[in-house]
Design a protein around this ligand. Structure first.
Ligand code: KG4
Ligand code: ZN
Length: 354
């Protein structure tokens, strides 16, 4: 089974061809980070136009590299949401057009399901497993019970983890998007120099909160700035390291908590998976590995290129869904909001994020 995957929900335009034996036959990815950098965040209109400009070429290049014609595909998968609606429409229309012309099945993929199943593209990970999904737009703990079957155990009541990384990086002058740059800066830093809060640490439940942490970083910067004009390199490194340690503590604590609940419902499950852009962070990976080990769980983290947004995970989710006959109709409507667990109650104090 060979599936073409298309990803356009945020600021990466991507196409990939993936086979059901987990072979990625071709992959093309274009980051729009440069186009958005001057604005310090993603500008939806710029994103949509850039997706429109590049997606046809990237799809053609991926098909060329795979050495395949559209007629040789078994299906076309495109991210159908959640995400920035302009970009999602571009990807969905492209996928539908190819599916309509070739008569192949069309698969509308929930972007979060792409992240959730990404570990299975690299290793055997039997259902159910516990997933920590940490990206720029999402921060959730989910029991992954099967394809299309997710139960949310915890979510953020304010910012997503990646959003917190990005905001802190911006405060430290590390540019946008800042997660990876902050990790680099933290390497030379002392994580104990600044004592930052650990929101919700040790509290009941498995929800997250990060906005207090961001405020604490801003206050630490302001207090350093009295007297001198700007932060020196060591200040930046120490603040980055202190922030990273705090966020890793919170994520590890909440995940350890969720593992207990998860195990209660699934006595024979044994795997913890982390996915999403923030899962590329090495400090976090080490902390989670320890959390898993302490609970007697195996720890799985996809390689960093599969953690950040990409089309291979969308194609793979397409493989998983097509195997189960979960095909979508060509009148599928893009979904800017699309929770993986629609039945989950909103977190107390939660904003609009799913
Ligand atoms: O999954 P992703 O590519 O896009 C979304 O679906 O949101 O995640 C992007 C997020 C950004 O916030 C970025 O700063 C963060 O992942 N990120 C990292 C690292 N690499 C990317 N955060 C911490 N450490 C990293 N190495
Ligand atoms: Zn993502």
């Amino acid at each position: 089974m060979i599936i073409l995957g298309i990803e356009t929900s945020c600021d990466e335009t991507a196409a990939a061809v993936v086979r059901d034996d987990r072979k990625v036959l071709a992959e093309r990815l274009l980051s729009q980070a440069e186009a958005h950098r001057p604005y310090g965040g993603i500008v939806p209109e710029i994103a949509a136009r850039a997706h429109l400009e590049h997606i046809d070429r990237l799809v053609a290049e991926a098909m060329d590299e795979a050495g395949l014609g559209f007629g040789q595909l078994d299906g076309v998968a495109a991210t159908g949401g959640p995400g920035l609606i302009g970009g999602v429409i571009v990807g969905v229309m492209t996928g539908k057009a190819i599916a309509a012309v070739t008569g192949k099945p069309f698969l509308a993929i929930n972007h979060l399901e792409g992240h959730a199943l990404s570990a299975r593209l690299v290793e055997d990970a039997a259902f159910p497993y516990l997933l920590l999904l940490v990206s720029g737009g999402h921060c959730q703990l989910l029991a992954v019970e099967g394809v299309g079957r997710y139960r949310r155990l915890g979510t953020t009541v304010d910012d997503a983890a990646g959003e917190a990384f990005d905001k802190c990086a911006k405060l430290l002058g590390l540019g946008y998007p800042g997660g990876a740059a902050l990790e680099d800066a933290a390497r030379a830093g002392n994580p104990k120099r600044f004592s930052l809060p650990r929101p919700l640490l040790g509290r009941p439940g498995c929800d997250f909160s990060f906005s207090g942490l961001k405020t604490a970083v801003r206050m630490a910067i302001e207090s350093r700035l009295t007297g001198s004009a700007e932060l020196d390199r060591q200040d930046v490194a120490d603040l980055a390291a202190s922030f990273q340690a705090a966020i890793a503590d919170v994520l590890a604590d909440r995940t350890a908590k969720a593992l207990k609940t998860f195990r209660h419902h699934h006595a024979d499950a044994n795997t913890l998976v982390v996915a999403g852009g923030v899962a590329a962070n090495r400090t976090l990976r080490h902390r989670l590995e320890r959390v898993a080990g302490e609970a007697g769980f195996r720890f799985l983290a996809p390689p960093p290129r599969l953690c950040t947004d990409n089309a291979a995970m969308i194609a793979w989710a397409g493989v998983e869904r097509l195997k189960l006959g979960l095909i979508d109709r060509l009148d599928f409507a893009p979904r800017p909001r699309w929770p993986l667990d629609p039945d989950a109650p909103a977190a107390i104090g939660a904003g609009v994020k799913a």
